[in-house]
Design a protein around this ligand. Sequence first.
Ligand SMILES: [Zn+2]
Length: 316
Amino acid sequence: MLYIGVDIGGMSVKAGLVDENGSIIVKDTAVTRAQAPAEEIVADIAALVRKVADEGGVALSALGGIGVGSPGSVDDEAGVIRYSCNINFVRTPFVELLGGMLSVRNVKISNDANCAALGETVYGAGRGARNSVTVTLGTGVGTGIVVDGRLLTGNKSAGAEGGHVIIKAGGEKCGCGKRGCFEAYASATALMRQTARACERHPESGLAKLAKERGIDGRTAFMAAKAGDKVAKRVIGNYIRYVGTGLVGFANVFYPEVFIISGGISKEGDALILPLRRFVQKNAYGAEYNPPIDVVAASLGNDAGIIGAAALAMRG
Ligand SMILES: [Zn+2]
């Protein structure tokens, strides 16, 4: 059976024809007319799905189903996109609209981070795991939780917002308006802020020199630490403690087989993953008696959303 996975982004929509092994047979993209009326955006997506099915030589009626990942707040069960910051969806009955336009009955939708987490768990870095937590370290921090092979999303899919679990009461201000959230310590944005502060305090450091040369982004402190700078090593050590503290909290609730780290910072590879794995294995409750928890980098890259959305449809 073949499925189509759709990954909606603020700039473009990607869709792929996916088989039951999680392999993409063909994929294509279309521009997101983010400010058009919602029905027109859905019609554009329907046209893209038709095109991908055509390119793959499969009739829509022969598809196993269509899965969709959307940014923003999604009620999975109702098939409704409540809102999306950058796209003109407000209480949009997406599943009903798309299913109607294409006459396909099995249409499923979830938040894009949830889809990526499901894709990585079933077909990517977590392959074989029944329980996982995927943590995306980007501009913000997203989490996708899989329990017993299924996404855990809470009442009306309003949960699984691990980025806003508070790791320090009264701590750093978060983009959500609250203080002390995991995201305010573990996002790439947070790491940049931590790097900038260290540069101010230690203008003589290799880190500050590197920051002056190339500006500060999520890689700066990792690069200076690799070159042996002590200040940068301290910044990275603290950053890993922050990320690790969040993971240990999730470990103590979900005890997954694996944490999958995705997002821009995950490209640092072993310099991030190995100390994080040690931190989790040392600090998770009962870790010396329980099976070890693995920490790995995501492996599907930009295809995680398409593959995960298709996996959502496969799960019926
Ligand atoms: Zn927050």
